[in-house]
Design a protein around this ligand. Sequence first.
Ligand code: PMT
Length: 401
Amino acid sequence: MYQKKRILLVVTGGIAAYKTPELVRRLRERSFDVRCILTKAAREFVTPLALSAVSNDKVYENLFDLDDESEMGHIQLSRSADLILVAPATADIMAKAANGLANDLASTTLLATDTPVMMAPAMNVRMWDHPATQQNVKTLIDRGVTMVGPLEGDMACGEYGMGRMTDVSELVEAVCAHFKPTGPLVGKKALVTSGPTHEPIDPVRYIANRSSGKQGHAIAAELAKLGAEVTLVTGPTRQPDPKGVRVVAIESARDMLAACEAALPCDIAVFAAAVADWRVDMEADQKLKKDGSGKIPDLQLTENPDILATISQHKSQRPGLVIGFAAETEHVIDHATQKRARKQCDWILANDVSPTTGTFGGDDNTIHLITPDHYEDWPKSSKIEVAQRLAAKIADHLKED
Ligand code: PMT
């Protein structure tokens, strides 16, 4: 379940740092990938070698290490994780993070990231109780940092009180809980297509279209946010992979159909991809040559499989709710209504893709939702808002079932 989730463990300099090899080991047992940053002070309590051995990876220590930076720059390090876990989190690192200081690799990483952060504070009870620390904790929580602990108990310094790091097993559970999906679509599987397809002419040329993947990727992201387990089958785009979504990258319509069929069974399928209707019948093995005679290659086209129609009419594994898009440049509603009936999907989202609308490749979209017994005009809005509205509508519809 947690396969491929990447944890960046930032180990700072408290006595509890000696527990981090065990923490790494237990996280890896639960299938997390773990990469470690070790501060200079933490090195006094745990060795890079121990963390490297249990994480099966290099341990990152220095902001200005040319080797580290060339392998994985600190910005990339901070963004390549699904969760940053600071354990133990000293009063010092919390003060730096709360106040935006960035004078070593750990603090720079925390300032440069937009990844969720979890902290397991560990320090002397008086340091924890100090108003400065309490203010920093409040600031961090207000900014969305999750605090796990500290616990009350005997401390390494001989005092008693709040300040012990949460036990390793509870920290592992907190990390697992962080990734547990919540929302109305938990337990539902969704398939989304996005982007253009590339239909090869020869090894270097292809037929394509102007789809950017913005709309399809946004839909995948919003369904995942509502708790669905999403597979996104996408043609070539520049869009980043949406968080928490399984992405299958394909090139041609035939690849897309195969990937969609492999993603069945599912409860929800949304086909936002701009699939090429035709491909070149005989793809050339070698690059087509201009031979100087002025002869133009005779490219015969053949029809591609219709993925939406195939999945809508699937005999044994038709998804419960199949939603298509209709990209039209004239008679938008009429053509989309006919398309829905012809392809036999449940809903179709018609959008005008005439060049003046900027729908293909742009950030906004204007949708007309057509179902067998219902019609809605949605106001022009961003593709993210369209995705949010669609995801909420899907959740409502499945609730009614
Ligand atoms: O990617 P963006 O730049 O964000 O732009 C978004 C979009 C305009 C591409 C999107 O909103 C959209 O309209 N997608 C559908 C594009 C399209 O190919 O429409 P169509 O009317 O030709 O096809 C109708 C439906 O059949 C679509 O759901 C399409 O995915 C599907 N189809 C089409 C052909 C084919 N061979 N197989 C299919 O599955």
